[in-house]
Design a protein around this ligand. Sequence first.
Ligand SMILES: NC(=O)c1ccc[n+]([C@@H]2O[C@H](COP(=O)([O-])OP(=O)(O)OC[C@H]3O[C@@H](n4cnc5c(N)ncnc54)[C@H](O)[C@@H]3O)[C@@H](O)[C@H]2O)c1
Ligand SMILES: O=c1ccn([C@@H]2O[C@H](COP(=O)(O)OP(=O)(O)O[C@H]3O[C@H](CO)[C@@H](O)[C@H](O)[C@H]3O)[C@@H](O)[C@H]2O)c(=O)[nH]1
Length: 459
Amino acid sequence: MRVCVIGTGYVGLVTGVCLSHIGHDVICVDNNEEKVKLMQSGQSPIYEPGLSELMQSSAASGKLTFTSDLAKGVDHGEILFIAVGTPPLPTGESDTRYVEAVARGIGTHLKSDYKVIVNKSTVPIGSGDWVRMIVLDGATEKQKSLVGAGGVSTENANVNFDVVSNPEFLREGSAVFDTFNPDRIVLGGNGEKAIAMMQELYQPIVNRKVAKDKSLPPVPVVVTDLSSAEMIKYAANSFLATKISFINEVANICDRVGADVVQVAKGIGLDSRIGNKFLQAGIGWGGSCFPKDVSALIHTADDYGYEAELLKSAVSVNIRQRSISLEKLQQELKILKGKTVGLLGLTFKPDTDDMRDAPALTLIEQLNRLGARVKAYDPIVSQSGLSHGLTGVIIETDAEMLADGCDALVLVTDWKEFIKLDFGKMANQMNNPVIIDGRNFLDRSTLEQAGFRYLGIGH
Ligand SMILES: NC(=O)c1ccc[n+]([C@@H]2O[C@H](COP(=O)([O-])OP(=O)(O)OC[C@H]3O[C@@H](n4cnc5c(N)ncnc54)[C@H](O)[C@@H]3O)[C@@H](O)[C@H]2O)c1
Ligand SMILES: O=c1ccn([C@@H]2O[C@H](COP(=O)(O)OP(=O)(O)O[C@H]3O[C@H](CO)[C@@H](O)[C@H](O)[C@H]3O)[C@@H](O)[C@H]2O)c(=O)[nH]1
């Protein structure tokens, strides 16, 4: 099928690349010219395992192209994905201005052939109908401008399209895998033709043609109304964030009573009603999605006069959790002014270069405020030389240089390579070999044998 994906962030680029890999003819559109040039040259603007290789092979097969020309993309696609950002506003609600600009732009370029317009971005409940209205507005404005220009219009505003909500559930760091091996596909909308086209689009994925385990039964497809599809996205992220806040709260109680949250998580996770995923206690959830999506759902509830108390608590537990490693540093080092703290990891999770709402940012700010000197080593941020606009932190190029002269280390991101570090050597280079394991990721006895005092989170 002919597809146009508008917005080439994590979601848009991964969607475009994966759809082309399963045989669709994809044009990706972005209004960032530099990004488009980079992608046209075969390079991925984001670090995501497996993406570059797939992108290059799809581009070589001629099934994947990049442009900044929206008209070209709209003309090409039978299915048009809107995959631009919906960042949080200071009020917590979602900033839908980029979605609006794209919807209006699509409207101005629509002709009479039928299109499916897909909301892939995470958008507030009710956005499906709103996007329909904006697209129609765009089409009408175009029509008026043509008539107003005095010429006889050859185009008409009798556009023919349906809007579908198709929320995305991929995780950064495993985005390609998640796209080919989804737990479910959600399609919201009431246009039968549109839903049928979306089912055809995803057919190779549904039938496990590109799955890791091809013997699995087909991927469940949830076909529902627009609002329910939009709500599924917010509810899923809010549930997962709440689950982490729950285990973090249990970890804090474990710290006080002398229990081990890792054992507790194992013990409760074996109950199939609870499940063992998203029970890793630590320094709190971050990233580009959980914080903004939970806040947006709280905001929507507020708009309707409902106080989402549980969700508000999940957020406040998380805000407190962001300070837990600082509290532990203060217990160990007492005065932080003039001390040097080294952060192992900066990104909000491993296998990504994304720093959006990363717990490391909060910690750097808090340590700076208390007069500590902060250094950091992150396998991606350090090596790519990306500073991510970071201030108040010295970026080291390896873990041993990080340890040199430190009074304590904090493991912020659970990068796999940290397990293999030479902790004995690192301990020798430190003023005071203390490590706060903010993800309960390292092996306590290995660290203690290397000479470290080891503190986990409820562990
Ligand atoms: N990042 C994730 O892991 C993830 C997962 C699921 C859902 N989502 C949702 O998907 C959406 C996109 O997220 P993201 O992280 O990929 O976004 P992003 O901010 O990384 O990228 C957005 C892209 O859209 C482009 N853009 C903005 N305005 C445009 C316009 N008018 N025309 C063309 N391109 C335009 C930007 O240049 C940028 O490349 C958000 O709603 C997000 O909540 C994200
Ligand atoms: O047991 C856990 C699991 C995760 N985290 C933290 O939670 C945050 C989010 O992690 P994760 O969900 O793996 O990353 P994202 O890439 O943000 O993915 C989430 O957000 C995406 C954007 O909406 C959704 O598509 C995904 O389904 C959803 O998992 C990170 O800071 C993790 O460190 C924990 O602290 N403990």
